[in-house]
Design a protein. Structure first.
Length: 145
């Protein structure tokens, strides 16, 4: 017989996972502010404060320079990778749910619920992106020539 897990213990485990992820994110943000691109610029301690008009011109000239990786993948590759990731999330969630339903002792209910929610959110986000792309395509096609 499968033991039932009460909701409060599941919520407690989910909060612990969220807190762990949040601290890992904060540590990664604090450890490499220069390599984060725009996020590094948004932090108040990394923004140069101009002291005179010459400094303002120098800051403006520095902000116009583009730096970073010039090997950006094309849209088709990025969209295909996103769809593949959503598909993989759904496969993993389905597999975990099936194994849990069959009584696999190594699978916990919180793990299954998190995987199912992750796949659901990723699918909804992909659907919204698709809807926006279709809407943009229709707008372009309806433009007068």
């Amino acid at each position: 017989m499968i033991d039932r897990v009460d909701v409060s213990s599941v919520l407690m485990q989910m909060r612990q996972v969220k807190d762990t992820l949040r601290t890992q994110l904060e540590q990664s943000i604090n450890s490499a502010p220069a390599s984060r691109g725009v996020e590094g610029l948004l932090r108040s301690d990394s923004v140069a404060r101009p002291q005179s008009i010459g400094d303002v011109n120098r800051v403006n000239a520095d902000s116009m320079k583009v730096s970073g990786d010039n090997t950006v993948p094309d849209f088709q590759t990025m969209f295909k990778n996103a769809i593949d990731n959503v598909n993989e999330n759904q496969k993993v969630a389905g597999s975990l749910a099936t194994r849990f339903e069959q009584g696999d002792a190594s699978i916990d209910l919180p793990e299954v619920m998190i995987a199912l929610q992750k796949s659901s959110v990723s699918f909804q986000a992909m659907t919204q992106v698709r809807n926006k792309l279709v809407e943009a395509y229709k707008d372009v096609m309806n433009m007068p020539v």
